[in-house]
Write a protein that binds this ligand. Structure first.
Ligand code: FES
Length: 195
């Protein structure tokens, strides 16, 4: 697990859109009146989307103000969950699962593909792609798996991962889900034994 810190380059301001504010206020209504802090995770998620995939300090402050929470409590939450980024990400953000099932199924090769075609982990490439190793994405049955923005890509190997990255960079459509044609998490098709 890596230590997450606020980025050294911070924008001076952050504003939610009216749509964001409505969404946050609706979320707050889901909780008892004196428990609006319970909306902190969805509020941070909305803030992250508004900021372009990461949480600047001003966004964290804004969430703290809205929910009447000390800034440090909101920062603790933002730095704890891997779904929140405290440094800028690329327009295409690849999260590579490195937990045991994916590791056993070759996630080192997936990280190698990212290193070879995108660059160092955590750095944003010139064409706005970045990648990060994360813990289990909950798609272990189709390991190894990655999440690119909101979608999952599964049953990967070095070749299929490099093909995905090349398509992203070439602004081509990519097929979501299993990259070997499996439907959902159905068993792998057995090869016919001709012996
Ligand atoms: S271990 Fe990779 S998705 Fe669960």
């Amino acid at each position: 697990m890596t230590v997450k810190r606020l980025d050294i380059n911070q924008p001076k301001s952050f504003e939610f859109s009216n749509e964001d504010l409505t969404l946050i206020n609706d979320t707050i209504q889901n909780y008892p009146e004196n428990r609006k802090q319970s909306a902190v995770v969805p509020s941070l998620y909305i803030a992250q989307k508004r900021a372009g995939g990461w949480l600047p300090e001003q966004a964290i402050l804004k969430v703290a103000e809205m929910l009447d929470m000390p800034k440090i409590r909101v920062l603790e939450i933002a730095s704890f969950y891997s779904m929140f980024n405290l440094t800028p990400t690329g327009h295409h953000f690849i999260q590579v699962c490195g937990t045991t099932p994916c590791w056993l199924r070759g996630s080192d090769q997936i990280k190698k593909a990212c290193n070879d075609l995108v660059g160092k982990e955590g750095e944003v490439s010139e064409d706005s792609v970045s990648w990060l190793e994360v813990e289990c994405l909950g798609a272990c049955v189709n390991a190894p798996a990655v999440q690119i923005n909101e979608d999952y890509y599964e049953d990967l190997n070095y070749e299929s991962m490099t093909a995905l990255i090349k398509k992203i960079k070439g602004k081509k459509d990519i097929k979501v889900g299993s990259q070997v044609g499996r439907v959902s998490s159905e068993p792998k098709k057995m090869e016919k034994n001709n012996a």
